[in-house]
Design a protein around this ligand. Structure first.
Ligand SMILES: [Zn+2]
Length: 49
């Protein structure tokens, strides 16, 4: 039951990361601080459905 998601920068809306997660163990929307190469700094990234 793995689903692919995209992590999107909340500042520039660039889609920087792709990952797969188990929907059963992680049903919530992810919010992680990651480096955005478009912004050139660490920003919050949110999961896009
Ligand atoms: Zn960005």
């Amino acid at each position: 039951m793995r689903v692919e998601f995209v992590l999107r920068c909340t500042e520039c809306n660039h889609e920087n990361y792709r990952y797969a997660k188990n929907k059963k163990t992680h049903p919530d929307r992810m919010e992680v601080k990651k480096f955005c190469k478009n912004c050139g700094k660490q920003t919050m990234h949110k999961e896009k459905k």
